[in-house]
Design a binder for this molecule. Structure first.
Ligand SMILES: Cc1cc2nc3c(=O)[nH]c(=O)nc-3n(C[C@H](O)[C@H](O)[C@H](O)COP(=O)(O)OP(=O)(O)OC[C@H]3O[C@@H](n4cnc5c(N)ncnc54)[C@H](O)[C@@H]3O)c2cc1C
Length: 279
């Protein structure tokens, strides 16, 4: 990792105007770390989708930094995706994080795109090389995958469809990341695989989310978080220690960057970056 150019910070679209203003402040705080880009999530299957562009534009004008919208394809069709791509391009947006999205319960048909690889191919077909494309990867395999090797095969196909780089699901097992990268490199794929970092600031939310997305919380971490759940200060201090150590090990292993799932808060990420002398 060379300098702060390889940091990126992820936000989700805030629910109301007040929270959008607060997020602009968070972005300014994190912008002081001179990240390569911010990204803004996109709600699969509806809800917050039109808020993504609003959040991208507001964050960009608050910071003058590059902001990449996420784009999911589940339940969508080519016409919708085309319209979004053209709109993004008309706003000077040139970086996307492309995903399938989690399949909403009750969705009977995935739409015209079965997998993120279909979306990436379609973007290259429609928009050529205009967009830099990031895709997701899963050092602890994706929960729906039939086997770890199949998951890697699908990741490689997705990258070959036209992705420039990848951001991983968050993890707390460095070995899982290093093993995954080795396996991918052995298959001849050399795009950057940037670890996704989830700061730890609460116990129950992290547990729920980790169960859903297949990220393992090692037992020793889980037991301590459980013990600290009524002692917010100890939990936050412990979480900061754990994630700082995780990032340090990753940096020692020459990762191409760090992508923080900021949860729209600046302090947890800033503290970790400051511990790592990145601030
Ligand atoms: C960095 C990052 C950002 C994210 N941002 C968002 C967001 O903004 N909004 C959101 O809703 N979700 C987001 N997610 C969650 C993501 O949408 C889910 O993890 C989703 O379940 C999978 O998306 P994917 O793009 O990895 O899908 P895919 O790459 O399509 O993979 C999904 C599953 O299908 C399998 N698969 C892939 N191709 C094939 C094939 N050809 N045949 C059979 N099986 C196949 C894979 O092995 C995997 O199990 C994000 C995840 C990450 C890691």
């Amino acid at each position: 990792m060379a300098g702060n150019k390889n940091l990126s910070f992820e936000f989700f679209p805030p629910r109301n105007d007040e929270a959008l203003d607060e997020l602009a402040k968070t972005a300014k705080d994190l912008g002081q770390l001179n990240p390569e880009f911010f990204s803004v999530t996109f709600g699969a299957g509806g809800s917050s989708q039109n808020k993504t562009l609003e959040t991208v534009l507001k964050t960009r004008s608050a910071t003058n930094l590059n902001v990449a919208p996420h784009l999911t394809c589940v339940g969508s069709n080519k016409e919708n995706i085309k319209a979004l791509l053209d709109e993004y391009q008309s706003h000077g947006i040139d970086h996307l994080v492309c995903l399938r999205g989690d399949i909403p319960s009750g969705l009977m048909h995935p739409g015209e795109f079965m997998h993120a690889s279909d979306l990436v191919s379609f973007i290259r077909e429609h928009s050529g090389e205009h967009f830099t494309i990031d895709v997701a990867s899963y050092p602890e395999p994706h929960p729906e995958s039939s086997s770890p090797d199949e998951d890697i095969k699908h990741f490689i196909n997705k990258a070959k469809a036209g992705a420039n780089s990848s951001i991983t699901q968050y993890f707390y097992n460095v070995d899982a990341y290093l093993y995954f990268v080795d396996k991918v490199r052995a298959e001849g794929l050399d795009i950057p695989i940037v670890p996704g970092i989830m700061p730890i600031t609460n116990y129950k939310g992290l547990l729920r989310f980790s169960n859903a997305c297949g990220a393992e919380i090692p037992r020793w971490i889980q037991l301590r978080l459980e013990a600290y759940q009524d002692d917010k200060d100890s939990l936050i201090a412990f979480g900061e220690d754990v994630v700082t150590n995780l990032c340090q090990q990753l940096i020692d292993n020459d990762v191409p960057g760090l992508h923080f799932y900021s949860m729209n808060k600046s302090a947890p990420t800033l503290n970790i970056c400051s511990n790592l002398d990145l601030a």
